[in-house]
Design a protein around this ligand. Structure first.
Ligand code: IMP
Ligand code: MG
Length: 180
């Protein structure tokens, strides 16, 4: 499938499913090499990261655990804008080696908040694995430790990423067509 229309917009393939799977396997190999004795705890960020988390996890061969969290974002009553909260962290991460699994780091607002929240709970280490990184959109001094693909700051769908709820089930990652 080279093009797909979702709601009112047309997208074209940016990263093919095969390339995604190969890259995920490379990231897993890197983690396997560096976390042999660490029993890492993966924290997948719902909803978007569920496919990346599953594919990555299938390629992990060292003893490890996984859990899923959510960063909810709602409009505060103050003019300060969006208020975030961390939901679903029901494990003690004290002294654990954490690998956060995210679908995409865009402005970095979500990760900036999440990494600060996790740091307060005294983990042994926290690393960030993101499938997609948009450095040109980044507003915070953060650097993902494991990056699937670095992309331009355009809107993407597929492989967990949605456009207004749709498109998460696409196996390729698609980018908004220029003239769409
Ligand atoms: P942030 O701007 O880095 O905080 O990204 C927040 C969230 O926006 C991500 O976790 C995604 O769910 C969503 N997002 C950012 N860029 C895209 C995109 O290109 N397509 C779909 N969702 C996106
Ligand atoms: Mg997300």
């Amino acid at each position: 499938m080279q093009e797909v229309t979702i709601h009112d917009k047309t997208f074209e393939v940016l990263i093919a499913a095969n390339d995604i799977q190969q890259r995920v396997a490379q990231i897993a190999a890197d983690i396997n090499e560096n976390y042999a004795e660490k029993k890492p705890l993966f924290l997948g960020v719902l909803n978007g990261a569920f496919l990346f988390a599953a594919d990555l996890f299938k390629n992990i061969s060292v003893p490890c655990e996984i859990s899923f969290i959510r960063v909810s974002s709602y409009q505060g009553t103050q003019s300060s804008g969006k208020v975030k909260s961390l939901i679903g962290l029901n494990m003690d991460i004290n002294n654990r080696h954490i690998i956060v699994i995210e679908d995409i780091v865009d402005t970095g607002d979500t990760m900036q908040y999440l990494l600060a929240e996790l740091a307060q709970k005294n983990p042994a280490s926290v690393k960030l694995a993101t499938m997609v990184f948009k450095p040109e959109a980044l507003k915070h001094p953060l650097q993902p430790d494991f990056i699937g693909f670095t992309v331009p700051p355009d809107f993407l769908v597929g492989y967990g990423l949605d456009y207004d709820g749709l498109g998460r089930n696409l196996n390729d990652i698609f980018i908004l067509k220029n003239n769409a």
